[in-house]
Ligand binder design. Structure first.
Ligand code: SF4
Ligand code: SF4
Ligand code: SF4
Length: 263
């Protein structure tokens, strides 16, 4: 079951890949607003840099390179937390309030409450959460504080081509559909808060075509964990019943005799 979400009030970003020029202003703006350190990188023979998200990099541009005899072409994908409507990370988190849903539909987090179990990593269909030097969860929270203050997320504000459009999710999707764009994330996982207008199949961009929360998460959350708790309280109950009906465990007579014999 998805955590409670008000679809009408939900805010999000529509990433229009056709408009993205790979300038990475979004990466830089995010670092500046969130006061994130620079990541040390090395040249790996590609313009894509850095090659992965880190605890200090909440969004990045994935370069999808295609080589033909005539030229090398690129497509660009802004990679970040998708703000899932049915969020595996919230679902699996055992620490109340560490990962939570805001009134705008954002999947936010509180590092103070993160217990570093890293279950959210296994539960995320998009491999997004990272852990900082203190082993606390880190990811994009859609610039929660800026939205609360009536502002646009820093990345969308900095984007020079409006490849990142921020607004009410329903309006963004409706406008993209009216423009005959192919939408990724309209309905999967109860709708992604960050949806994409793609120029080709999702696989071409490294996106899973049918993202889903791993089945093992449901087994853990809905079956194994409750059974474990039941087993724990069952043992406590059995011990109490033993105490009430039989009384406290007595010291073994043999042991008493032995000890007496040694005197
Ligand atoms: S993309 Fe991953 S981290 Fe982000 S809301 Fe979805 S499950 Fe959580
Ligand atoms: S919404 Fe804010 S936190 Fe998320 S990637 Fe953009 S700038 Fe970074
Ligand atoms: S700022 Fe906009 S155009 Fe530039 S890389 Fe980011 S999404 Fe693409």
């Amino acid at each position: 079951m998805a955590d409670t979400i008000n679809q009408a009030a939900r805010k999000g970003i529509l990433v229009d890949t056709a408009r993205c020029i790979g300038c990475r202003s979004c990466q830089v703006a995010c670092k500046q607003w969130n006061k994130l350190d620079a990541d040390k990188t090395v040249n790996q023979g590609t313009f894509e840099n850095p090659r992965d998200l880190t605890s200090a990099l909440y969004n990045r541009i994935r370069f999808v390179e295609k080589e033909t005899p005539e030229a090398v072409t690129w497509r660009f994908l802004n990679e970040r937390c998708m703000q899932c409507g049915d969020a595996g990370c919230i679902k699996v988190c055992p620490s109340p309030g560490a990962l939570y849903r805001t009134k705008d539909g954002i999947v936010a987090y509180n590092k103070e409450k993160c217990i570093s179990c890293k279950y959210c990593v296994s539960a995320c269909p998009f491999n997004i959460p990272r852990y900082d030097a203190n082993d606390k969860v880190s990811k994009c929270n859609l610039c929660q504080s800026r939205i609360d203050g009536g502002m646009t997320p820093a990345c969308a504000k900095a984007c020079p081509t409006e490849a990142l459009k921020f607004g009410k999710r329903n309006d963004l999707i409706a406008r993209a559909k009216a423009a005959k764009k192919e939408i990724y994330g309209e309905n999967v996982l109860n709708g992604l808060g960050v949806a994409y207008a793609l120029e080709g199949p999702p696989e071409q961009y490294g996106l899973p075509p049918n993202p889903s929360i791993p089945l093992s998460i449901f087994l853990w959350k809905d079956v194994i964990k409750p059974l474990g708790i039941l087993g724990f309280w069952g043992s406590i109950g059995a011990m109490m019943l033993h105490y009430v009906t039989i009384g406290p465990k007595k010291v073994d007579d043999d042991l008493n005799n032995k000890e007496g014999g040694n005197e």
